[in-house]
Design a protein around this ligand. Sequence first.
Ligand code: HEM
Length: 336
Amino acid sequence: MVLGKKYFSESESSEKSSTSTSVKLEEFQEIVDELFLLNGVLNIGDWIPWLGFLDLQGYEKRMKALKKRLDRFRAHVLDEHMAKRKAMKDFEAKDMVDLLLELVDNPDLEVKLTYDNVKGFIQDLIAAGTDSSASTVEWAMSELLKQPNLMDKATEELDRVIGKTRWVSEKDIAQLPFLEAVIKETLRKHPVAVLLAPHLAIEDCNVNGYYIRKGTPVFVNAWSIARDPSVWDAPEEFRPERFLGKDKDFDIKGQRFEMLPFGSGRRMCPGYSLGMKMVSSTLANLLHGFSWKLGGSYQRNEDLDMDEAYGLATIRKFPLVAVMEPRLPVHLYDAF
Ligand code: HEM
């Protein structure tokens, strides 16, 4: 959606030579993982600046290496888009990069956009829009595999509402309250951004007796808010039922401060709508199209570990391993 085509397909990875400027799928995943990890690490030099030059943990060195790899990729994307614009007479913008490049050439903008800004924008969208939805789906599947009775409930709802003759489409989601409750409970227990994005106090203020000076970086701990036992009953337990009945329409877009999976206010996630659509459609179809069993060496489902790896996004420490089997008529899988 952002770049207009797949820059990192698996077939591409085997075709391209090592001197190519294109990025291989595995390399791209590595770049995103490293980006998220380095964004989330506690770098000693940030907190004790006079020790910064020593780069004691080696993070700055890794950041510089990552910047080089990202620059190579972003330059390749921009070059391709600019060449395409030059080559066509009546060029029409087709993707986000085309649109942004048009804005760079617009002399009437109140705030001028530079090529560097466009590169930043591309990175922001790719980094913020990929792992966030993917890891939410992985956490949801983990919780359902841990409690198969919940998986059965979700599947029963899908069979009842969708039937067994077709896949789930986006417009069906509103008819699947249990699925929606599973997603909300996943976002409560496993918010993608533990500390949201770093915010900044724009004026002096007082929060709950604490004086916060203008210019102070502020980190909102969304993870602990959503697990606060004074607000949530048995917060460590995964219970989608919390979001059924009277709390069916519980707001998760920043108006209920008991959980802030997308942040709140002007800096909240701008990809909320897209993110929710991707997570709901993906999870619904994974559950509808396949029956699932836990893989790996677990004796019992409830033993599945829920360890988190800390970074900018909170992903599973150990990837989920599961075995799937088709559960719909065989012709429905033809398209794949
Ligand atoms: C389940 C999916 C997603 C979750 C849970 C999520 C969550 C978040 C959170 C918590 C923030 C920080 C908000 C704050 O600091 O107050 C954020 C920021 C952001 N998100 Fe998302 N997000 C998701 C999907 C997406 C998608 C699909 C896109 C774009 C395609 C996106 C683009 C962004 C961007 C650009 C920012 C930075 C906004 C800024 O600080 O200026 N997100 N997201």
